[in-house]
Design a protein around this ligand. Structure first.
Ligand code: 7TS
Length: 386
């Protein structure tokens, strides 16, 4: 059975071109880039190209830093815990602001700070499922707030947050701004200069690079202590031998991601909308969040009478890979306030399904998925009405 992958917000296929570009760095140019001999030095030009590609991909300035990390989880931990050490533990500030809908690597890092006595504010979302500058303005405090950490796009809904405006409010109040851009890179334009963010995290495997390599953009002049102590790699800002093949692949993946943004905005969006329209044509279905303010590849649907988990299992049996997202929160299920704010609680399922496409998703796959999803929903509704 041909399988169809509609879980690209969890991870993506490695672009074969990226895989090919990484290949020489396993068995030919495998030196440690910190070694002084030719095995080490011969990889430097390739690393320089990869770094340049990352800089231009997010429009960073030469004087800014991009640290190569193992993943966005590491990047996010580095910022949140770093700010604790630089600004909070030293008594200069006392508060961190984030949202109620962040990925667990941000949410749990913030909870850790709370356990150390930091005041953490978890901003609510509005009826559109996003945090607005007005909401931030209500809570930010120029005397207390050290850091505001708000994701660029939500992984479950695809909803895009107004980063430039949120960053402006943050700076007006003398705080630093961090964004988790994991779900934005390769889907919508990401520009650190235009938005003015101080820190930005990303993970290569979400845009067709390999798993195990990510990045952290740090604006010049921001005070961020070292998280990984050790050797002198990356000017001692992040020690540890770099994953050379992964880094080189991620550089190319970034360039390709940016080059394909137009395709994302047109073709991926068209296929997503086709799938979404087909799902919405069924009875008693809700898709969370307005299309215009979502990344072009994501759908989070809640279907009355059908729990997300049951549907995922049934779709999986028919070869379609999707994932669950908590739709309307209940006490027994992990709640996600985005959906609490947006769902008409009793009327829909407690969990929804998330379908996420990529530039590798084909029209044939979408057409077949539409048939499979329709049949699955019908089957599960018949079972539950028996
Ligand atoms: N931040 C966001 C917004 C994410 O979506 C994810 C992964 C991460 C951080 C962590 O990335 P990692 O590479 O460090 O693991 N999100 C998902 C998801 O939505 N389903 O599976 C993984």
């Amino acid at each position: 059975m041909e399988r169809i992958y509609l879980d690209n917000n969890a991870t993506t296929i490695v672009d074969p071109v990226v895989k090919e570009a990484m290949d020489p760095f396993y068995c030919q140019m495998y030196g440690n880039p910190n070694s002084l001999h030719s095995f080490g030095t011969e990889v430097h030009p390739y690393m320089k190209i990869a770094l340049d590609r990352l800089y231009s991909g997010i429009n960073a300035r030469d004087e800014d830093d991009i640290l190569i990390t193992s993943c966005a989880t590491e990047s996010n931990n580095t910022v949140i815990k770093g700010i604790y050490y630089s600004l909070i533990r030293t008594g200069r500030k006392s508060q961190v602001i984030t949202t109620q809908v962040e990925h667990p690597c941000v949410a749990n890092s913030c909870r850790f700070l709370e356990s150390l006595g930091t005041d953490v504010v978890y901003l609510p979302v509005n009826e559109d499922g996003i945090v607005t500058p007005e909401i931030l303005r209500e809570y930010i405090n120029p005397d207390k707030t050290a850091l505001v950490s708000i994701m660029w796009a939500n992984n479950e809904t695809g909803l895009i947050f107004p980063i430039k405006e949120l960053c402006k409010v943050t700076h007006e109040n003398g705080a630093l701004f961090h964004t988790d851009a994991v779900q934005a890179i390769g889907k919508i334009p990401v520009n650190v200069q235009e938005t003015g963010v101080d820190f930005l995290s990303f993970s290569g495997h979400k845009f067709h690079a390999r798993k195990g390599v990510g990045g952290l953009y740090v604006r010049k002049g921001t005070d961020l202590p070292t998280f990984m102590h050790g050797g002198e790699q990356m000017a001692s800002r992040r020690a540890g031998t770099i994953d050379v093949p992964g880094f080189i692949g991620m550089g190319l993946a970034m360039e390709l991601a940016v080059r394909n943004l137009e395709y994302e905005a047109t073709e991926v969006r068209r296929l997503r909308d086709k799938l979404e329209d087909a799902i919405l044509s069924l009875k008693d279905v809700l898709v969370v969040g307005r299309r215009e303010i979502r990344t072009p590849n994501t759908i989070l649907a809640s279907i009355r009478g059908v729990e997300g988990e049951a549907l995922i299992w049934d779709l999986n049996r028919s070869g379609v890979a999707a994932s669950t997202g908590s739709a309307c929160a209940s006490e027994s299920l992990e709640s996600n306030p985005t959906f609490v704010a947006m769902c008409i609680s009793d009327e829909l399922a407690h969990t929804g399904i998330r379908l996420s496409l990529s530039r590798f998703t084909t029209e044939e796959e979408i057409d077949r998925s539409i048939l499979v999803i329709r049949q699955s929903i019908e089957r599960l509704r018949n079972i539950s009405s028996r």
